[in-house]
Structures are given as C-alpha cells and as structure tokens.
Design a protein. Structure first.
Length: 190
C-alpha cells in the first residue's frame, strides 16, 4: 500500500490487475489483426487507426464519466486511452516505415526491438541495483540513483531538466548494452 497525496492505494492490487490483463488482450488483438491483414497494408493501417481512435475516445469518455485516466492505479480509462494511442502510433509507424519506406532514425528503435524483454529486465535490474546501493549522508539515508541525479544532472539546469536528462542517460545506458547485443546478432528470446 502506498501513500500518495494523503491517500492510501495499492498500485498492483486486484483492481489494477484486471485492467492490466485487458492491456495484454489489446496487444494480443493487435497481433492477430496484423497477422490477418498482413497482405493488405492499407486495410491494416485503416483498421488499426479506426480501432485506436475508438479505444482512445472510449477512454476519454470513461474519464469524463468519473473513472479518471490514472497510470499509477492502471484504471480502465487509462487502459482504453493508452491502448488507443499505442494502436494509433503503431499504425503510423507501419505507414511511415513499411509503406513510405522511411528509415531515417529507425536504427535506434530496432536496437531495442531486437531484444525488448532483455531491455526491460536490464532497466528494472539496473534500477534495483541503483536503489540497493545505500549509505547515510548527514544522518539522511541516500541511494546511488539520488547521488547520480544530484551530482551530475540536477546542476545542469534544475530539477525538471535534470530529471529528464537522468532518465535519458539511464535509457542510453540500456540502449548501449542492447546495441552491443544487436551488433553481435545476439537475440534473447523465450
């Protein structure tokens, strides 16, 4: 149970598990649609855009009816809205990369796409390691991730940009490891 803004909530409890299952089902349906319409790119793109818009609008309507879009609680309106946006982005990517043959800047993403599960596990593991390295400074417990942020990123231009740059640097470290695997054609699969 977490305390956030004065309220207790369980971000990974039963009420958040059901909508997360729906997120997986939305992804599964997208995979099925991509198989079904793989021979007709224009039909695939049209249908993905249509379903994405329907889900996105449904999520917004659900939000206005009193079920707020909230990622921390993984609400049903968040699932619909985020699923809709993701499907629209997928359709746009298919149109740009497969239909228009636009390749500029896509290599960065292919690196992550070759080992997505490894990239996720690496990022989670690295975050856990940074949080596990602890010490006490002036009687206050500190973690390695806080020290890195405070020492290297926050001084650049304050808290907001520093936070963004810390996240960007963290992502680039994960990308470099994935790039090393990609260049050596090492694909980790289950």
């Amino acid at each position: 149970i977490y305390l956030r803004k004065g309220f207790h909530f369980d971000s990974m409890g039963v009420l958040s598990t059901l909508p997360s299952i729906v997120s997986v089902v939305i992804g599964w349906f997208c995979g099925q649609w991509m198989d079904k319409w793989s021979g007709n790119r224009s039909l695939l793109i049209r249908n993905l855009l249509l379903y994405g818009m329907i889900l996105g609008v449904a999520g917004l309507c659900w939000n206005y009816l009193g079920f707020p879009i909230n990622k921390k609680l993984w609400t049903s309106s968040y699932v619909l809205y985020a699923g809709g946006i993701a499907i629209i982005l997928m359709a746009t990517s298919i149109w740009l990369i497969d239909v228009q043959k636009w390749r500029m800047g896509t290599g960065f993403f292919f690196t992550f796409g070759a080992n997505p599960l490894f990239a996720f596990v690496l990022s989670e593991g690295l975050a856990q390691i940074l949080c596990a390295i602890e010490w006490t400074e002036d009687g206050v417990p500190r973690e390695a991730n806080w020290w890195l942020y405070k020492t290297f990123f926050r001084p650049i231009d304050g808290a907001e940009l520093g936070s963004f740059l810390f996240a960007l640097a963290f992502m680039l470290v994960c990308w470099l490891v994935c790039r090393w695997l990609y260049v050596r054609k090492i694909m980790i699969k289950i």
